[in-house]
Design a protein around this ligand. Structure first.
Ligand SMILES: *[C@@H]1O[C@H](CO)[C@@H](O)[C@H](O)[C@H]1NC(C)=O
Ligand SMILES: *[C@@H]1O[C@H](CO)[C@@H](O)[C@H](O)[C@H]1NC(C)=O
Ligand SMILES: *[C@@H]1O[C@H](CO)[C@@H](O)[C@H](O)[C@H]1NC(C)=O
Length: 345
């Protein structure tokens, strides 16, 4: 990607050169020195509006505006599934591409070709995912969804590489149907397809030489929120990621913002881009002490499916570390995760 867009990426990275300090939700000043050569990307999941007019939620609109105001410093964005609530799209001519995506993420800073790196979620699989793949053409589209699972490498201006491996967790773990919890998922609908993807994930992770290796998929490995941990991903994905010294797993599905550490890598829940659900129904289902942070909007601790609130994240990497910061719908910082050192260091 940066090979093609080298100039744009390098300029984007150059614009992040400076140092500043950011205020966390509890008022402490987090040190956030953006070093020479750093590069940044945006992260969202469960962002796909609603299936009645206006086809977006207030939270999605605010998240999109906040991402837009940060986009000038970002070289790409991850869209980690549930792209079109509640039944995906039927065909490539669906009006939802415009109403839920193009017209909402309308800031010019988010307009570079292939800017949005996309995977599908369970709601997308209810509809026609082939149509979402077809929407990626022509090449100038900012919708980058070349295959159900795909990987790409980005290089910061200082030469530090980051690989993102985007996986289809619905084909790996099964359809959540009528809102099954992560431990209730039925397993893959096609063992042929899921085993092909597992083989690809295994080979891709094992071959990665990037300084930071990130896996992004719709279902979480671990989560304390509404649907909780996903058994198939605990059993098969976590060991592959641990063996590869992966840096982080990014997931949605649960409509909350959370950060956990386990299996030797970081877990970020970023599934709140169209509404916020503060449920911690699965607090007891994650390994003890793995939960490091979960967002409870201070003025509404019992928030349930609040479509005026949302959250997203951004990550910055350079030769020193990978740093993930979570934001609320208005772009206020709510959490800065501990910096992750390069792999093998
Ligand atoms: C880009 O990053 C620099 C350095 O942190 C900051 O001063 C500037 O406000 C940022 N611009 C945007 C649009 O976020
Ligand atoms: C899915 O979308 C693709 C691309 O628009 C189209 O060719 C295909 O016929 C659709 N499939 C169904 C079952 O409608
Ligand atoms: C993982 O990191 C350790 C040191 O932290 C290193 O010895 C090992 O070779 C690394 N493995 C891979 C696959 O990168």
């Amino acid at each position: 990607m940066c090979a093609i867009l080298w100039v744009i990426c390098a300029l984007g990275a150059a614009s992040t050169v400076s140092s500043n300090s950011l205020r966390t939700a509890d008022g402490a000043v987090a040190s956030d020195v953006v070093a020479d050569g750093a590069s940044t990307f945006l992260i969202m999941a469960d962002w796909g509006g609603q299936d009645a007019a206006p086809f977006y939620t207030p939270a999605e609109k605010k998240v999109a505006a906040s991402m837009g105001s940060m986009g000038a410093n970002a070289s790409f964005a991850l869209a980690i599934g549930d792209n079109f609530y509640y039944s995906g799209v039927a065909d490539v001519g669906s009006a939802r591409f415009k109403a839920t995506f193009e017209d909402v993420f309308d800031d010019p800073s988010l307009a570079a070709p292939k800017f949005f790196k996309v995977v599908a979620g369970n709601h997308d699989h209810v509809g026609n995912v082939s149509a979402q793949l077809a929407y990626a053409a022509p090449d100038a589209s900012r919708w980058h969804f070349p295959a159900l699972y795909h990987a790409f490498v980005e290089t910061a201006a200082d030469g530090t590489t980051l690989e993102v491996v985007m996986i289809d967790t619905v084909e790996l773990a099964g359809d959540s149907g009528d809102d099954l919890a992560g431990w209730q998922l039925p397993g893959p609908a096609s063992r042929l397809r899921s085993e092909a993807q597992w083989a690809w994930i295994d080979a891709t992770l094992a071959a990665s030489t990037a300084s930071y290796l990130i896996v992004a998929g719709h279902y979480p490995i671990l989560s304390v929120c509404e649907h909780g941990p996903t058994t198939q991903l605990i059993d098969r994905l976590a060991p592959l990621m641990a063996a590869a010294n992966a840096s982080a797993y990014l997931a949605g599905h649960d409509h909350c913002a959370e950060y956990l550490e386990h299996y030797g890598f970081a877990h970020h829940g970023v599934g709140a881009a169209h509404l916020y659900d503060a449920s911690t129904a699965h607090a007891a289902a994650v390994p003890s002490a793995s939960l490091k942070w979960h967002y409870l909007p201070g003025d509404a601790p019992s928030t349930k499916d609040d479509a005026s609130r949302g959250a997203f994240a951004a990550a910055t990497w350079d030769g020193a570390s990978l740093r993930v910061v979570h934001y609320d719908q208005d772009g206020a910082e709510i959490f800065a995760a501990p910096p992750v050192p390069p792999r093998g260091s």
